[in-house]
Design a protein around this ligand. Sequence first.
Ligand SMILES: NC(=O)c1ccc[n+]([C@@H]2O[C@H](COP(=O)([O-])OP(=O)(O)OC[C@H]3O[C@@H](n4cnc5c(N)ncnc54)[C@H](OP(=O)(O)O)[C@@H]3O)[C@@H](O)[C@H]2O)c1
Length: 325
Amino acid sequence: MRIFLTGATGFVGRNYLEWVLRHHPDCQITCLVRDPQKAAAQWPQSPRQIRWLAGDLLQPDTYQADLQEAELVVHAAALVSLRNGPEFYTQNTEATRQLLGVLSESNALQRLVFVGSISAIDRPPGLPAQGPLTDTSPPHPNTDYGRSKWQAEEAIRARGLPYVILRPAYIYGPHPRANSSMDKLIRHVQAGAHYTRYPFPGRASAIYAEDLAQMLWLAGVHPAVENQSFFISDPQSVPVAQAFADVARALGQPYVSHEISPERLMRMKRTLLHRHPDSLILRILFEDYFLCDPSRWYQLTGCLPQVGYTEGVERTVRSVGKLNK
Ligand SMILES: NC(=O)c1ccc[n+]([C@@H]2O[C@H](COP(=O)([O-])OP(=O)(O)OC[C@H]3O[C@@H](n4cnc5c(N)ncnc54)[C@H](OP(=O)(O)O)[C@@H]3O)[C@@H](O)[C@H]2O)c1
């Protein structure tokens, strides 16, 4: 299989690349990279199956010929942050449109797999989160990041090419990006940050990056999922309080939660949300905000994640060399 991968130097792309090389070593993978030196630092001994292609999604002439030879295209590149700004539309929506423009001339393409985001659907502002998001939830992206990812999805669906869109929830695993939420969580728990000791009631959906890599592979080859969009996460959600405790355990640190009654926590929630009504982090801590239902994907593919949160966090912490044990 000839694969064309975008975002190979990023967190998700790198884990996907490692997974494919381990499980399907016969593939040939062309990786579009803006910075070949960054790729060389990540892969000092570049495997023979990888061809590094220096280029930029916004400059189609840098990748046109290679993209048109690919049978499977995995588009993981994006500007990723739950924030606002015009650059999200350039890097996420416009970059995807440029890729689609080149792909529509391809005779080789069997499927385009797009790494979307839960933030493309999101929740209506001002209403408490009720139940998990499902594949039929209407889109309410609340940030330019989320809107740009939704518009990229819409561009893909409108193009008439064979596609699968996966919308992962929170992704964690080896090679976390500096300043990513997992990187910060590890540092904050390690430093004993006060907020990491509260038994917050929120639950979140998450997926270990190596499990996501397998789902991305299936998205590229499974006959039952073509031309559909799916939420992707471990079916088992993670209580926020457990997210903190598991990181502490993986770090080999003692963890004692603050003793606080549910009523006091609820008062705290009301006060904080009154002061910061648009705070995403508060909604994640106190509500089932970042929760999605991935069951349709698992019904169709029959393939479940292998690594639960407790083990995944331990592997993640070990991968960044912060285990104190
Ligand atoms: N991380 C999460 O928790 C999460 C959750 C849900 C969905 N997602 C989605 O997962 C995908 C990957 O995210 P990530 O966490 O791996 O992000 P990341 O670590 O920031 O990696 C982004 C990658 O995209 C590349 N890139 C950005 N703009 C490009 C362009 N114009 N041309 C070529 N390459 C470009 C970057 O290249 P450089 O190395 O040159 O910067 C990098 O390789 C994204 O689509 C994101 O929306 C992520």
